[in-house]
Design a protein around this ligand. Structure first.
Ligand SMILES: Nc1ncnc2c1ncn2[C@@H]1O[C@H](COP(=O)(O)OP(=O)(O)OP(=O)(O)O)[C@@H](O)[C@H]1O
Length: 235
């Protein structure tokens, strides 16, 4: 068997645009398959724009970008759903269907991503809920769950298709510190099981507590803690 050592993300001299406005310029970095990376920067500095470019919601107009085996400069619209299947995407606001049970929320994604076999769908649904610590919640409606539990369902949904990378935009932003810590530990556990994670956050406590690599959007550039001068703290 051949194991690929190709990074899961590789950007080279990329320019991140919102329309015709360049938000970040000359962005080059890679993320390896087992990495955990924080993405930081002031409000409006470009974190979400960078993440959107990675999941092909914004086009990559300049430079090179490869993610989970797809080339972001040449990806076709019809290929974007396939790219997104290889990425798990987790936002701050939970975006669950509020009128469907947890199980139905997960089945919806399974059906939309091509699953057909009902017994395989059921076991996958149970498996991801167990993984996020919500084995007993399949029949609950989202409003019967706490904020932290709803975020766990969103993470379970992101894991359905065994993504090689999880992109998370402020996933703990709306949660109490204790609940946020539990969610963060879940991300760590998922990372240890072999999924790369890129997490945008404003939570400096997390950065102090967990010394992962940091990418920082700053004045139109992306600074990498791995290559930044050690005498200049990144935050
Ligand atoms: N849909 C859009 N159309 C035009 N400009 C936008 C759009 N979304 C964001 N921008 C602009 O792009 C810049 C970067 O915004 P972005 O949302 O990427 O920042 P951010 O670092 O994620 O901020 P926050 O921490 O507040 O989420 C900002 O100047 C913003 O005004």
């Amino acid at each position: 068997m051949v194991f690929s050592t190709e990074p899961v993300v590789r950007l080279e001299k990329a320019c991140i645009f919102q329309g015709i406005t360049a938000i970040l310029q000359d962005v080059s970095f890679t993320i390896d398959k087992d990495e955990f990376v924080f993405l930081i920067g002031r409000t409006g500095s470009g974190k979400s724009s960078l993440l959107k470019t990675l999941y092909a919601d914004l086009p990559l107009q300049m430079g090179e970008g490869h993610i989970a085996g797809y080339n972001l400069t040449s990806i076709k619209t019809k290929e974007v759903p396939y790219l997104r299947r290889k990425l798990g995407i987790v936002f701050q606001d939970f975006q669950l269907f509020t009128d469907r049970t947890v199980a139905e929320n997960l089945y919806f994604v399974l059906r939309a991503t091509g699953w057909k076999d009902k017994s395989k769908m059921k076991s996958r649904m149970v498996e991801v809920l167990m993984r996020v610590g919500l084995g007993g919640s399949a029949t609950k409606m989202p409003h019967q769950l706490s904020g932290g539990e709803q975020q766990r369902v969103v993470i379970a949904r992101a894991l359905l298709n065994e993504p090689s990378l999880l992109l998370a935009d402020e996933p703990t932003g709306n949660l109490d510190p204790e609940v946020a810590d539990g969610i963060f530990k879940l991300f760590q556990q998922i990372n240890k099981q072999g999924t790369a994670i890129m997490m945008a956050t404003h939570n400096y406590e997390l950065l102090n507590k967990y010394p992962y690599r940091i990418l920082k959007c700053d004045a139109g550039k992306l600074i990498d803690s791995q290559t930044a001068p050690s005498d200049q703290p990144i935050y």
